[in-house]
Design a protein around this ligand. Structure first.
Ligand code: SF4
Ligand code: ZN
Length: 300
């Protein structure tokens, strides 16, 4: 078997989804082309715009930052140190090493500095699961940093297909009407984009390996029991039995969506938080300022 693109005998990758065998160099340019294709197809961003990639230290976000930089986009990274003992320090070290090695700037912010408490303590004091609180805080601080720029996240094909499957199984029509690799900017919100929507996690792992990118392999120690993993596991099993199913599912949805008439959504009115100005529909304080107020009044 030879590389489909250059004919070399040094085939290192077999992508069953496309029935494609590739050498290392052609695989790397194939992944970059998938990213460029998504950027063009969904008009994620244009020349001259500043893109910020939210990095966690994992293969997807670091791979994405490397790809966009290599493709010549005006890009930098943003890392929010969540203060999770052990895991956050390891991620920070990996990201600092990446930034230095590839000369790509990454802005690092600590949740303790900007919010006052690390995630495990927030969850313990408020007696709520860490992930929902963490999601709210990450969205808030990432958005704050990326305002006026474009915020890119490392969600991959199976993340996006998993969300689609979950929304279909529960017929969440309003979520389906909005599901897209691009959420346009609005007053107080940065544009959010997912350039890896046509790239799989296996591909980002191979990309990082071939480019010599170190990344954190272990999942967040607080992630146990996330339902998104269940959907992903089933999608992976489907893909294993019928290669190409997932990309058809996702692409089919994006083109079918144009023909579906979704009911007009009653948009909840947003007004600025009286404390920090972040747009909120939940009263006069946003979710983060309410969280802060509760923490200040809760026992240590
Ligand atoms: Fe935060 Fe949960 Fe993700 Fe860990 S798994 S980073 S706690 S959202
Ligand atoms: Zn606020």
């Amino acid at each position: 078997m030879r590389c489909r693109f250059c004919g070399s005998k040094d085939v290192e990758v077999h992508l069953r989804m496309y029935n494609l065998r590739l050498c290392r160099a052609d695989f790397v340019s194939f992944v970059k082309k998938r990213v460029s294709y998504a950027i063009e197809k969904f008009r994620l961003f244009r020349e001259g715009e500043e893109v910020v990639v939210a990095v966690s230290g994992g293969k997807d976000s670091l791979g994405l930052l490397h790809i966009l930089h290599d493709l010549g986009w005006n890009v930098s990274g943003y890392f929010l140190d969540l203060g999770i003992e052990g895991a956050s320090d390891v991620a920070k070290r990996v990201i600092e090493g990446f930034s230095k090695r590839f000369a790509i700037p990454v802005h690092i912010e600590s949740l303790v500095d900007v919010f006052g408490w690390p995630i495990p303590e927030v969850a313990r004091r408020l007696r709520r699961p860490a992930c929902s609180l963490c999601g709210t805080l990450k969205r808030y601080y990432m958005n704050r940093f990326a305002l006026g720029k474009v915020l890119a996240t490392g969600h991959t094909m199976f993340d996006e297909a998993g969300t689609l499957l979950a929304n279909v199984l529960q017929w969440k029509v309003s979520y389906l009407s909005r599901q897209s690799p691009k959420l346009s900017e609005e007053e107080g919100f940065a544009r959010k984009v997912k350039p890896l929507v046509f790239v799989t996690e296996r591909e980002t792992a191979m990309y990082c390996f071939f480019q010599g990118i170190d990344y954190v392999e272990s999942p967040c120690p607080l992630s146990k029991g996330a339902t998104s993993r269940v959907f992903k596991r089933h999608l992976l099993a489907l893909e294993e039995d019928m290669p190409g199913t997932i990309i058809r599912f996702l692409k089919g949805f994006y083109s079918a969506r144009k023909q579906i008439t979704f009911p007009e959504e009653e948009r909840q009115g947003l007004s600025p938080c009286r404390n920090c100005g972040y747009p909120t529909s939940a009263g006069d304080l946003c979710a983060v300022c309410r969280m802060k107020a509760k923490l200040e009044s809760s026992p240590a």
